[in-house]
Design a protein around this ligand. Structure first.
Ligand SMILES: Cc1cc2nc3c(=O)[nH]c(=O)nc-3n(C[C@H](O)[C@H](O)[C@H](O)COP(=O)(O)O)c2cc1C
Length: 141
């Protein structure tokens, strides 16, 4: 199954909470929805592929989208033979996974990892146990 995820840049009018200072937040929210779809699909055993090697403008024409509606993601969903242990693009040698220490910066862009990285490691190792959700009253009080 193919799904085109779009974003109507004018939905709810010009004043929308979240877009006050950063108008592109609606696009980011749409991408979050794609991620949620992807996670839910994987939990159900459904594979997802994002096809971005495509000119969005061409497809907007084919789909007859009005100017205010932006094509965000063209997704292919379906049952697959297997889920590889690592991302396929990594296996294919497109790009390697980057070590976390190379992409996380502290306080500022030029912040060094040094002590802060050690502190983060210590903080994460002190994280509390997750709450026991089996005690949550399912039908309310
Ligand atoms: C933003 C984005 C764009 C992508 N564009 C393409 C693409 O154009 N062609 C492609 O073969 N894979 C593309 N991919 C990767 C596939 O979606 C992905 O490798 C595939 O679904 C298999 O999932 P896996 O990498 O988790 O194994 C893209 C992924 C993302 C997140």
């Amino acid at each position: 199954m193919n799904i085109w995820v779009t974003c109507d840049r004018e939905r709810f009018g010009p004043v929308v909470l979240g877009r006050t200072c950063q108008p592109d937040m609606d696009l980011f929210s749409t991408v979050c929805a794609v991620q949620n779809l992807w996670l839910a699909a994987r939990a159900e055993g459904v594979g997802v592929g994002w096809v971005s090697i495509i000119h969005a403008g061409d497809l907007a024409g084919i789909l007859n989208l009005p100017d205010r509606v932006v094509p965000v993601a063209y997704l292919c969903l379906g049952y697959v033979d297997q889920f590889p242990a690592e991302p396929e693009l990594q296996t294919a040698g497109w790009l390697p996974r980057l070590p976390l220490a190379e992409v996380v910066r502290f306080e500022t862009w030029t912040g060094t990892n040094g002590q802060s990285w050690e502190e983060l490691g210590r903080a994460l190792s002190r994280r509390p146990e997750p709450p026991n959700l089996t005690c949550f009253p399912r039908n309310g009080p």
